[in-house]
Design a binder for this molecule. Structure first.
Ligand SMILES: C[S@@+](CC[C@H](N)C(=O)[O-])C[C@H]1O[C@@H](n2cnc3c(N)ncnc32)[C@H](O)[C@@H]1O
Length: 280
């Protein structure tokens, strides 16, 4: 028998809401000026760094690669008068992003499509800005993400990217010894692969961009994990109801594991702002 009341969007909405309780209003890492400041202030600071790098101009056409539920797409359209196309491989994500955007009355300037960032199929030079916030670690073909993003950017346009990065190669034996930790991270956040900030910089430059800013935000993002643990304790019952106890435990354990990997110099966080030279 099927449950007639079950609606995928409702389910996703509930799960997304639970993630918001854990990760804050914006579903990404925070950049802390002070470890004690609220997580929402810190996640807004990360978004602001991306906005500073993007230097939006009214009327810009923006591609948001890995747009989640469209929070930044809506914010950027409203705050800067830009038109945003958000893409994600998640069909459920597209439905929810459209639903939320219709609810806020932005459908004229913000649209969402189910497309792959590593093969986006948009025409060459069809966007003024490309925005890639914390989605690249989920894409295996990193260089294709970069070449596609740069291909669709018009000469004179700007690209901003931020994500988790890897500071060192993890030897095979260490990977084997820590396989349970890495399995826990996969359960909580999906199949991720981190690459060094310098590799991203090199890929963007090889694809023809001028990298103007390549910033290591590892220290500034470290307090994110304590903030996540605090939220997990504060919203324990609601999170268990939406996600289940096992998922909440995996999330809490992941915060500990990631904090350890940040502290021992394995993983961290980086941001890049770059421009595509105008044709002369
Ligand atoms: C961690 S979320 C980040 C969402 C959003 N940028 C934010 O910060 O709130 C990662 C997003 O990347 C999307 N994604 C994963 N692989 C993708 C791919 N190959 N192409 C496009 N989007 C992808 C996921 O569906 C999800 O929307």
């Amino acid at each position: 028998m099927t449950d007639q009341s079950y609606q995928p969007a409702d389910h996703y909405d509930r799960v997304t809401q639970a993630w918001r309780l854990l990760l804050g209003a914006e579903l990404h890492y925070g950049v802390f000026a002070d470890p004690a400041e609220p997580l929402d202030d810190a996640t807004r600071r990360l978004t602001q760094l991306m906005i500073d790098g993007a230097r939006f101009e009214p009327g810009n056409r923006v591609l948001d690669v890995g747009c989640g539920t469209g929070a930044q797409a809506r914010h950027n359209a409203q705050a800067f008068g830009v038109d945003v196309v958000g893409i994600t491989t998640s069909g459920v994500g597209v439905d929810l992003a459209r639903e939320l955007t219709a609810g806020e009355g932005f459908t004229e300037h913000v649209t969402f499509e189910q497309r792959d960032g590593t093969d986006n199929e948009f025409p060459d030079a069809s966007f003024d800005r490309v925005w890639i916030l914390e989605s690249s670690h989920l894409m295996r073909e990193r260089e294709r993400l970069v070449s596609e993003a740069v291909r669709v950017l018009r000469p004179g346009g700007r690209l901003v990217w931020c994500d988790l990065v890897r500071h060192r190669t993890i030897p095979f034996l260490e990977l084997r010894d820590r396989r349970e930790d890495f399995a826990t991270l996969r359960t909580a956040f999906g199949d991720a692969r981190m690459e060094p900030l310098a590799s991203y910089q090199g890929w963007f430059e090889d694809a023809g961009l001028v990298v103007e800013q390549a910033e290591d935000l590892t220290d500034a993002t470290l307090p994110t994990f304590q903030a996540w643990r605090d939220n997990a304790a504060l919203h324990h019952d609601e999170a268990v109801e939406a996600l289940g106890l096992d998922a909440l435990r995996a999330f809490e354990r992941s915060a500990d594991i990631l904090e350890g990997l940040w502290r021992d110099g394995t993983f961290g966080y980086g941001l890049i702002a770059a421009s595509k030279p105008a044709r002369t």
